[in-house]
Design a protein around this ligand. Structure first.
Ligand code: NG1
Ligand code: MG
Length: 521
């Protein structure tokens, strides 16, 4: 599914029918606000959506495949290009947000050769700058080191809730990179290039992220989920759900617990990434023949993560000669049992213990594994993290098989509840594993999940990084109202929400389209 970011001719190319009326108003308001701020019309709008992850949680950075879909909520950047304010050595970026009380406007004069980002300060424009930096790196590769970036005036309108697990950051970074590429004369933007640069760019903001969100934001196609795999190269293809009766719907429910990776990264997200890398190295050391090295730069995206994936191949190659001919799910099962035997410490491993097994000093361990992003931990739960990753990778494959193997599909006109329940069970198992093994859920999400299942959801779980944010629920169309009422009664009514929050608490989402450009006439 290679190709370039589409240029939309109308909003119908971008949004599903149910969203069209409100989006048309929103876009018109964006353009007129742009005019009133800058005194002229924007030239184009760059758009990238948020996403909900259906299954495959916390495995993208270990390079296992995932199944997200884009949602309607998105980031819009209205842009005009203007080199008038450029000097010999700088260009000017003016950036404002329609929510100006929360996200104040800024003006930057940026040196041609470097975009400074202070990741220690939490500032909304950092996400733009990281997209800018990534896009300019690519442009310099194409056009030479003395490439002179254009000045831009920008107005942003983002509807993906921040810290809500729907990937506002990836939507913002992808839209920013797309806007910068376009402003600088790249009229055809390759989706793979854009995705890869958005993945790497987001790291500049201080999160050691995987590649799911940016892939979903850029590649998604209206009406389908997206199967994203990362090895041997980044690939994304649309996946359809078979028709069921009643139709299956995805409900997305906010917990209103804000999980801010910028703040909690050292004990949550970034720590998990480190634990996964350490687990891979540990397993490699104890299961493979002495001296087997994991590729230093394992990933196709130039990410040095010592991904599980490499361990997995290395292990299956060595551990059982026969296993490479086994189906992947069987290999994963084998890896789960190898892990259970090799990593027995429930309470976690100290730096000293891990360093001894890796045959390196604690200082070396720190510099190899914990220096790029800050983490705070005395013990690393290698067993639990590895078991989650391998079992979750397996569930993604099982889920895909249910979706794509016609042998599993319910017959037309037949009762589809048994089929739906199988899909739902896998989602529920993901939630259990996230809660108990990966420890990335929270009591509020657990509540939403329990309430939904009681009211008729087939499968309910957290989506995205967790520790708050959003949950996703596979609900038959005829139970949607019951599930919503149950949440209102048993969860939301207790939070004292504003009307606006109530409005945004639950979204029925149809799979939306990915990044697009719109030329304003
Ligand atoms: P959120 O926090 O929902 O944007 C994060 C990562 C993903 C993935 C999920 C967990 C970023 C930008 N995204 O998503 O890559 O690892 O957590 O599956 O950090
Ligand atoms: Mg994010």
């Amino acid at each position: 599914m290679a190709g370039s970011v589409p240029v939309a001719r109308s909003l119908q190319d971008i949004y599903t029918d149910d969203a069209l009326a409100s989006q048309t108003k929103r876009w018109a308001a964006l353009v007129s606000r742009f005019e009133s701020i800058y005194g002229h019309a924007p030239e184009f709008v760059a758009r990238s959506p948020g996403r909900v992850n259906i299954i495959g949680e916390h495995i993208d950075y270990s390079l296992y495949a995932v199944l997200p879909m884009a949602i309607t909520a998105d980031v819009l950047l209205a842009v005009s290009v203007d080199s008038f304010l450029s000097t010999k050595s700088t260009y000017r970026i003016q950036i404002a947000n329609v929510q100006d009380a929360k996200f104040p406007a800024h003006e930057f004069d940026i040196p041609h050769d470097a975009v400074e980002i202070d990741a220690t300060v939490h500032e909304w424009t950092n996400y733009f700058k990281s997209g800018l930096r990534g896009a300019l790196e690519l442009l310099r590769k194409k056009h030479g080191a003395d490439f002179k970036p254009k000045g831009m005036r920008i107005l942003m309108d983002g509807t993906v809730p921040a810290g809500g697990g729907l990937s506002s950051s990836a939507a913002f970074v992808s839209a920013s990179a797309l806007a910068v590429m376009t402003a600088n004369g790249e009229h055809v933007v390759d989706k793979t290039e854009l995705t890869e640069l958005a993945i790497v760019s987001e790291r500049a903001v201080g999160v050691n992220s995987g590649g799911m969100d940016q892939s979903a934001s850029v590649f998604s196609e209206r009406g389908s989920a997206l199967f994203v795999s990362f090895t041997p190269t980044l690939k994304a293809r649309p996946v359809h759900f078979p028709k069921t009766n009643p139709e299956l719907t995805f409900l997305i429910a906010q917990s209103f617990v804000t999980a801010d990776k910028f703040v909690t990264g050292p004990i949550h997200y970034n720590l998990r990434v480190v634990e996964c890398s350490l687990a891979a190295a540990y397993l490699n050391a104890v299961l493979n023949p002495p001296g087997t090295r994991l590729p230093a730069d394992a990933a196709p995206l130039g990410i040095s993560l010592h991904g599980f994936h490499e361990t997995y191949f290395a292990l299956t190659e060595h551990a059982t000669k026969a296993s490479s001919s086994k189906p992947v799910p069987e290999q994963l099962r084998e890896l789960i049992s190898l892990t259970e035997n090799a990593l027995t410490k429930q309470e976690g491993y100290t730096r000293e213990e891990i360093a001894a097994v890796l045959n390196i000093t604690v200082d070396e361990l720190n510099s190899q594994f914990t220096s790029r992003f800050p983490v705070r931990a005395d013990r690393f739960k290698l067993r639990q993290r590895a078991l989650h990753v391998f079992s979750e990778a397996l569930r993604v494959l099982q889920f895909m098989e249910l979706l794509e193997d016609p042998a599993h599909h319910p017959e037309a006109g037949s009762d589809t509840s048994a089929y739906n329940a199988k899909l739902g069970t896998l989602l529920n198992e993901t939630q259990d594993s996230c809660r108990d093994v990966y420890e990335c859920s929270c009591p509020e999400i657990d509540d939403l999940v329990t309430i939904a299942r009681k009211a008729g959801s087939y499968g309910s779980r957290l989506t995205g990084a967790g520790w708050g944010g959003c949950s996703v629920h596979l609900v038959p169309a005829d139970k949607v109202a019951a599930v919503r009422e149950a949440w209102e009664r048993e969860y939301y009514s207790k939070l004292g929400l504003t009307d606006e929050q109530k409005e945004a608490a639950v979204v029925v989402s149809k799979p939306g389209s990915g990044s697009a450009l719109y030329l304003v006439k």
